[in-house]
Design a protein around this ligand. Structure first.
Ligand SMILES: *[C@@H]1O[C@H](CO)[C@@H](O)[C@H](O)[C@H]1NC(C)=O
Ligand SMILES: *[C@@H]1O[C@H](CO)[C@@H](O)[C@H](O)[C@H]1NC(C)=O
Ligand SMILES: *[C@@H]1O[C@H](CO)[C@@H](O)[C@H](O)[C@H]1NC(C)=O
Ligand SMILES: *[C@@H]1O[C@H](CO)[C@@H](O)[C@H](O)[C@H]1NC(C)=O
Ligand SMILES: *[C@@H]1O[C@H](CO)[C@@H](O)[C@H](O)[C@H]1NC(C)=O
Ligand SMILES: *[C@@H]1O[C@H](CO)[C@@H](O)[C@H](O)[C@H]1NC(C)=O
Ligand SMILES: *[C@@H]1O[C@H](CO)[C@@H](O)[C@H](O)[C@H]1NC(C)=O
Ligand SMILES: *[C@@H]1O[C@H](CO)[C@@H](O)[C@H](O)[C@H]1NC(C)=O
Ligand SMILES: *[C@@H]1O[C@H](CO)[C@@H](O)[C@H](O)[C@H]1NC(C)=O
Length: 538
């Protein structure tokens, strides 16, 4: 499933990159251009408010001087529901621009339960209008038009594809402008595949390319297959494509059938013509535990070279796609046009020169929080709240009025509310002792319907006018045992603990001394771990 695109558009001040020159990635840029660093370890990404970025099967495009990230939201229903957009100038600080298409108010999307999938945009150079293409039921693709990259978008019709595929399902796709033409690459999905197995494969799907016409709103209806000479069950399981051109070569990056799973084969096809013939490569055995989603073109402003950054929606859990993240890495090209294998090393990082956008993102609690766990930590889902109450503590970094404390939480189908209490305390020695009373600064409860399926925030406002002094010990207690556990995010504090974050736990129902000597507290430290929290000061 998938998408994307870029454009050069003087009239709308869209700065983008029709490759005038192209990069030879084997020669590292020695320029002093700004760089962005991507990490294979750090997959869960957050917006400038501190909420998990809720956009899957994403594509990042450079429009009107900013990077825009589009994808399907999984926050509302736990499944794909509507389309979210995020804007960034530096590819690190992302502002949530909200849901750009109301899936429930749009008849076409409502009929497919809000699953209007794989959003991709094209810009019309003549009018400056943005055309959003969506996979939403029936044949072809829904077309909507907006005046800004954030919409609002209004559905205007359906682009049709090659009639040869009308009896199949047109599924994952991308649209992209390359030079003076735009192309649709899509998978045609056969649910009546005679060789489907009881276990697998469930379907057959093949990729096809058509040229886009009519001001970015339709296709020629003529298509060319993207298939290797093998034409085997790898070519026939291809989904979630993107297309780009580098030098003389067209590339279609894609992956095998998976649906945002823990990892599908990462494929790269190349040809000097969109009509083929295509040469296929497997560039990663399991897509570095992700499913391919798009290629982001980053231009080094000092050389004009373009880096083609492969990115995927990362698992591991196909059941909870909304807990997935994203990984990015620049592709390396060989002189024959082939692409080097991806580097899936768990701790690999990639530093890439890029053209800074503008204006910078300056709005969001995470950009100005008084105290918060590190923005760049590797966070993972932690569902221990069915067994423990979490007592997360830290040291106030400044003197001021504490306004609120937020904890990242994802809902499931809980029946028991999640309860949070913000407190101050006098010492760690006393905190774990029987009878110790902390100072309650604020509390709140949330039932499942008040929270989302991705790691947004449960925010507790403190009682008005709570004054704290720098160095004071603060904490938030999080409880809510349920058969469907509430989940928060945790990270390893070893070597990354500015702020003095320390987590304590208390087993649910455990309220008495422990141990042979009868002197072990039921409240004890979980060394080296902290949950993700953020404290706002006035
Ligand atoms: C969509 O709208 C219908 C009818 O108004 C409503 O019952 C349903 O809850 C809405 N779904 C979501 C996810 O908002
Ligand atoms: C382009 O960005 C500028 C701010 O830099 C904004 O004022 C303008 O509305 C944007 N244009 C579009 C079409 O989004
Ligand atoms: C695309 O072209 C087909 C065939 O001419 C037409 O039926 C359809 O309405 C067109 N779609 C749009 C969005 O213009
Ligand atoms: C759409 O494209 C046609 C040419 O195919 C052109 O005549 C027409 O003016 C365009 N419409 C708009 C709104 O740009
Ligand atoms: C996810 O992928 C990794 C690496 O391929 C593998 O070790 C792990 O067992 C997989 N998990 C599931 C649930 O498939
Ligand atoms: C908590 O802070 C309040 C002031 O807001 C103070 O009066 C109280 O003594 C503190 N309690 C503890 C246990 O530190
Ligand atoms: C959840 O909280 C909301 C807002 O307080 C309330 O309207 C709703 O009835 C609650 N739902 C349940 C199941 O408790
Ligand atoms: C997810 O849904 C919750 C509950 O409606 C909302 O508070 C939160 O802002 C949403 N998150 C995003 C990223 O939209
Ligand atoms: C945390 O990181 C340290 C240092 O890298 C490592 O020794 C330790 O095993 C890690 N702890 C966990 C729970 O992963």
């Amino acid at each position: 499933m998938l998408w994307s695109s870029l454009l050069a558009l003087a009239s709308v001040a869209v700065a983008v990159s029709v490759p005038a020159t192209y990069d030879d990635s084997t020669k590292k840029s020695s320029s002093a251009a700004p760089t962005v660093t991507f990490s294979n370890a750090r997959r869960l990404l957050f917006d400038s408010a501190g909420q998990q970025i809720d956009a899957y099967g994403s594509k990042v495009q450079f429009f009107n001087g900013s990077y825009w990230l589009y994808g399907n939201s999984f926050n509302t229903t736990g499944s794909a529901y509507g389309i979210n957009a995020y804007r960034s100038a530096n590819l690190v600080d992302w502002k949530n621009q909200g849901n750009i298409l109301d899936a429930n108010a749009t008849a076409y999307c409502r009929t497919v339960n809000g699953r209007c999938g794989r959003p991709h945009l094209l810009v019309d150079p003549q009018t400056g209008l943005f055309n959003l293409w969506i996979n939403g039921g029936s044949t072809g693709y829904l077309i909507s038009t907006g005046r800004t990259p954030a919409g609002p978008f209004t559905i205007s019709g359906r682009a049709t594809t090659d009639p040869a595929f009308d009896s199949l399902v047109q599924a994952d796709f991308a649209v992209e402008t390359i030079g003076s033409a735009s192309y649709l690459v899509f998978s045609a999905l056969n649910f009546r595949y005679p060789d489907a197995g009881s276990l697998w494969p469930p379907i057959q799907q093949t990729l096809h390319i058509s040229q886009v016409t009519d001001n970015n709103t339709n296709t020629t209806g003529v298509s060319y297959p993207v298939t290797s000479a093998a034409n085997d069950l790898i070519d026939q399981e291809a989904e979630s494509p993107d297309i780009f051109k580098r030098g003389d070569w067209f590339y279609v990056a894609t992956s095998t059938t998976c649906g945002y799973c823990n990892g599908s084969i990462a494929l790269m096809y190349r040809s000097k013509s969109i009509k083929g013939p295509w040469t296929r490569q497997i560039i990663a055995a399991d897509g570095c535990q992700s499913q391919f989603e798009g290629v982001l073109q980053l231009t080094d402003p000092s050389t004009g070279n373009i880096n083609y950054v492969w990115h995927g929606t990362s698992g591991p859990n196909p059941l909870r796609i909304g807990w997935g993240g994203h990984i990015f890495q620049p592709l390396t090209f060989n002189s024959d046009g082939s692409v080097a294998d991806l580097n899936c090393a768990a701790d690999a990082t990639f530093t890439v020169p890029y053209t800074p956008g503008s204006p910078p993102v300056t709005i969001g609690a995470a950009l100005k929080a008084g105290d918060q766990t590190p923005a760049n930590a590797v966070y993972s889902p932690d569902c221990g709240l069915d067994s423990f109450s979490y007592i997360q503590t830290w040291t106030a970094s400044k003197t001021g009025t504490l306004k609120s404390v937020s904890v990242n939480v994802a809902r499931g189908s809980q029946t028991v509310p999640l309860s949070l209490t913000v407190f101050n305390f006098t010492s760690y020695a006393q905190l774990t002792q029987p009878g110790y009373k902390y100072g309650t600064l604020g509390s709140a409860t949330f039932n499942a319907s008040q929270l989302g399926y991705t790691f947004g925030q449960a925010t507790v406002a403190t009682t008005s006018g709570i004054h704290v002094t720098k160095g004071q010990l603060l904490g938030v207690q999080v409880s809510g045992a349920d058969f469907s556990p509430w989940c928060v995010l945790s990270y390893n504090t070893t070597g990354n603990n500015a702020g003095g974050f320390r987590q304590f736990v208390q087993g649910n129902g455990q309220n008495s001394w422990r141990g042979l000597a009868g002197k072990r507290s039921v409240v004890y430290e979980r060394f080296g771990s902290s949950i993700k929290v953020l404290a706002n000061y006035a």
